[in-house]
Design a protein around this ligand. Structure first.
Ligand code: NSS
Length: 429
């Protein structure tokens, strides 16, 4: 007889049947001849009732002695019981403690720091379990969308000789006595790959030495990036709209329990359908001024400005045509002052989740811009080659997975969108 997932028992599929369940002790309480032990597996939590006379004597003894987070395998009969959390309980016939736990270092109401020090254990918490489930679904639906839309998944390097997003957030390391950097973005490599495959996407860790402490920056995050040949700025935004909408529709349909756990009403995700509003940076500056911000044309948005721009909207919004002074060298110009680019801001004040643009295809313009920004041309020779051998119009974007999870799951802090967060003052465990 195999093992049954707790979720399926709670769904009412096994009433009065004998099942085997395995998992970890979540809560435990006993009084004389009766023990109530809740067991959690990856799918849910169920109460097990152990009556002393119904199980072997050694089982009762070890079950009542076992501390929370001990692992256990239980055989029992499923019974409907209103008093049990979830409406069903398991009446044990046997209860084997398969791995005894020491006193668990995490109890209720712990400090944030203690939880982070014990992250390897805290990832068992319901909040992190549910966030990880939503993330797994998000990845599944993104992959599904790219597969259905003629994109090739590719595997770019994460060790790089140069910056993509400017030198200030680069992690440098010693690479066989040469300087190398952890990748900030796969973009430049994806740009090279479109000449082979036309439409490509990749999922890689990206690294940013972000020196400020914020609730939306990680030093290591998961970056989903796409690059498309023969695609302009407007079509690039349409691709993003369709991808985000697909993911939201699927989550609203397939992942209700996890969303509701985070108080995310699935209906709000169903509404996320194209088109998303497009607001030019210039107009965004006016909006901010009207809201009382001391903000001038040419400045970059910080957390507060972004939040103000997306706090009372229900669908994501594109902020387009940023001034050249606040964006990297590779974007195609819209006019003398601005680029053909867009940041996608999530609703409810969560801020930027995607950055994208059409790319500069003109060799001379790129060289000129790189010189203006004092970039080391030698490091980018290969990238400039791409403009020499069959340059084509192309565009792309990068989506921060943890940023999206933070929005979808209404997380206070981005670190809970990743099991082992890397931030300015934390690299352990
Ligand atoms: O810097 S981005 O805005 N753009 C790029 O890296 C482009 N080279 C992507 C491309 O076109 N292929 O970063 C893209 C997204 C951004 O919108 C955020 O969602 C996320 O990456 N991002 C971050 N997430 C978490 N932590 C940090 N520090 C972070 N930085 C960017």
């Amino acid at each position: 007889m195999g093992f049954t997932a707790i979720k399926n028992i709670l769904a009412g599929k096994y009433e009065n049947q004998e099942v085997n369940v395995r998992g970890w002790i979540y809560r435990t309480r006993s009084s004389g001849k009766l023990a109530f032990i809740t067991i959690r597996d990856s799918s849910g939590i169920i109460q097990v009732t152990i009556a002393k006379e119904n199980v072997p004597a050694k089982d009762f003894e070890s079950a009542t002695k076992a501390l929370i987070e001990s692992s256990a395998a239980v055989k029992g009969v499923v019974a409907k019981d209103k008093r049990a959390p979830g409406g069903y309980e398991l009446r044990a016939k046997s209860f084997e403690v398969t791995g005894n736990a020491d006193v668990f270092p995490i109890t209720e109401h712990q400090s944030e720091e203690l939880l982070l020090d014990n992250r390897h254990l805290w990832i068992r918490s319901r909040e992190l379990v549910n966030a990880m489930k939503v993330k797994a679904s998000l990845l599944k639906y993104c992959r599904e969308w790219f597969n259905e839309n003629n994109f090739y998944e590719v595997t770019p390097p994460t060790i790089t000789p140069s910056a993509c997003e400017g030198g200030t957030t680069l992690f440098e390391f010693n690479y066989f006595d040469k300087k190398a950097y952890l990748s900030q973005s796969a973009q430049l490599y994806l740009e090279a790959l479109i000449y082979s495959l036309e439409r490509v996407w990749s999922l890689t860790p990206s690294f940013r030495a972000e020196k400020s402490k914020t609730r939306r920056h990680l030093a290591e995050y998961w970056h989903l990036e796409a690059e498309e040949a023969w695609v302009n700025h407007e079509e690039n935004m349409k691709i993003q709209e369709k991808l985000i909408s697909h993911v939201c529709q699927k989550l609203a349909k397939e992942d209700k329990d996890e969303l509701v756990f985070f108080k995310r009403e699935p209906g709000t995700l169903k509404n996320i359908e194209p088109p998303f509003e497009r607001i030019k940076y210039e107009s965004a500056v006016k909006i901010l001024k009207d809201k009382g911000f001391n903000f001038n044309y040419g400045m970059d948005f910080g957390t507060k400005e972004e939040s103000a721009l997306c706090s009372d909207i229900e669908k994501p919004v594109f902020i387009t045509n940023f001034p050249k002074t606040v964006k990297p060298f590779y974007m195609k110009e819209a006019d003398e002052k601005t680029y053909l680019c867009a940041d996608l801001l999530a609703p409810e004040g969560y801020g930027e989740i995607i950055g994208g643009s059409e790319r500069e295809t003109d060799y001379n313009k790129l060289v000129e811009r790189m010189k203006e920004q004092n970039m080391n041309m030698k490091d980018y020779e290969w990238y400039l080659d791409l403009r020499k051998y069959g340059s084509v119009q192309h565009s792309g974007f990068g989506l921060g997975l943890e940023r999206i999870i933070r929005w979808l799951c209404k997380l206070e802090h981005i670190r809970d969108a990743v099991p082992f967060p890397r931030t300015i003052n934390r690299v352990y465990p």
